[in-house]
Design a protein around this ligand. Structure first.
Ligand SMILES: Cc1cc2nc3c(=O)[nH]c(=O)nc-3n(C[C@H](O)[C@H](O)[C@H](O)COP(=O)(O)OP(=O)(O)OC[C@H]3O[C@@H](n4cnc5c(N)ncnc54)[C@H](O)[C@@H]3O)c2cc1C
Length: 324
């Protein structure tokens, strides 16, 4: 738990995030981020498409507090939508409302989102609103609802660790939903804390949406969940075109290919861009073994400084909390 808290702490640190952007893809991030430029990501999508894997593309971006940064993010995402259309790729968009200005001004964020959703709608491309932390949950749902009045190519994510997700899955059953366990650190008054509770709720939500909802994306690397879903859809005669499995780029690559070969719809979440630090630290928080993926690169002289400074600040933070 301490290690998870440590990496989540790093993921939320704007200073380390900015420092990391200067280094390019390092600290092992290149194993889980599909490049820094659009041509690189287009190439990765083409390769995955050849293996019958579709993609959801995330133009990485967090800590957006200036309108100019949100506008730049919007333009980058519009370019991805255009590339998906021009190159006829089997891919859609994943975006974070905070990247488009949610923390600056709701109406400004809405206009940015609308521009993206509208272009994607013209090209019949789906846009997923990734879900961030609890503070942004309700405003993200609100944005989604407003846009859904005009465009049906939008959907979102339900995070199983929130108590309210059972209500939300019912409320949003007519949306295409991605269902996940949840990646952020949330307080005890809003979210389950134990793995057992989260896993139980996760299966419950998946089953509900498979039976009652629109299209379901089951986004997990957990083989137990995947095996459970395979049995469940068989028992309930749920056709393959009602759901897909999703995993993050770079994780369980063989299993991704196997699921596609078995005939299941499979979609890889493809993050790209310079702003990889927060995304990468959350991946390390989820699974300490992921650290092993990158240890070689972490301990090089250029980049261990960022983690080292973070570790010291984190330790000091814990110490001062204990003293209070
Ligand atoms: C496509 C996608 C999109 C996501 N979008 C969001 C989002 O919008 N918002 C959000 O909050 N979260 C999101 N997440 C993150 C998600 O909430 C979880 O934090 C993350 O997926 C880790 O949980 P898990 O279900 O993969 O399994 P875990 O609970 O991490 O792992 C369960 C078990 O699976 C096995 N396992 C897991 N990973 C591996 C591996 N790499 N190799 C071998 N075995 C492994 C291990 O046995 C492990 O004990 C997303 C995840 C995915 C895959």
């Amino acid at each position: 738990m301490v290690l998870r808290d440590f990496f989540i702490y790093l993921s939320e640190n704007k200073l380390l995030n900015s420092a990391a952007q200067k280094y390019g893809l390092k600290m092992g991030a290149q194993s889980v981020v599909a490049g820094t430029s659009l041509p690189e990501v287009v190439q990765s999508i083409k390769e995955l498409n050849k293996a019958n894997i579709s993609c959801t593309v995330d133009n990485l971006g967090e800590f957006v507090y200036e309108k100019s940064e949100a506008t730049a993010a919007k333009n980058n995402i519009l370019a991805v939508v255009q590339a998906i259309h021009d190159e006829q790729l089997d891919a859609h968009i994943s975006l974070k409302p905070s990247q488009l200005g949610l923390d600056i001004d709701y109406a400004f964020c809405y206009e940015n989102l609308k521009e993206i959703v509208e272009l994607a709608y013209q090209y019949n491309i789906f846009v997923n609103f990734d879900m961030e932390n609890y503070e942004r949950l309700h405003s993200s749902f609100e944005l989604l609802e407003e846009l859904h009045k005009e465009f049906d190519n939008v959907g979102t994510v339900i995070q199983a660790y929130f108590f309210e997700s059972e209500e939300n899955i019912e409320k949003y059953k007519n949306f295409r939903l991605r269902i996940v366990k949840g990646a952020y650190k949330e307080p005890e008054n809003v979210a389950y804390q134990s793995k057992g509770d989260i896993d139980r709720n996760y299966l419950k939500l998946i089953e509900y949406h498979l039976l009652h909802g629109k299209f379901t994306s089951i986004a997990t690397h957990d083989h137990n969940v995947i095996n459970h879903v395979k049995q469940f859809v068989k028992q309930h005669n749920i056709p393959n075109d009602k759901f897909e499995f999703q995993m993050l780029y770079g994780f369980r690559k063989e299993m991704q290919l196997d699921l596609a070969r078995e005939g299941y719809n499979f979609c890889t979440y493809l993050p790209f861009g310079n702003d990889w630090y927060g995304y990468f630290m959350r991946r390390l928080a989820e699974r300490p073994q992921n650290v092993a993926l990158v240890t070689k690169q972490v301990f090089n002289k250029n980049t261990n400084l960022a983690i080292g400074i973070g570790a010291a600040a984190f330790a000091l933070g814990r110490l001062s909390k204990k003293r209070k």
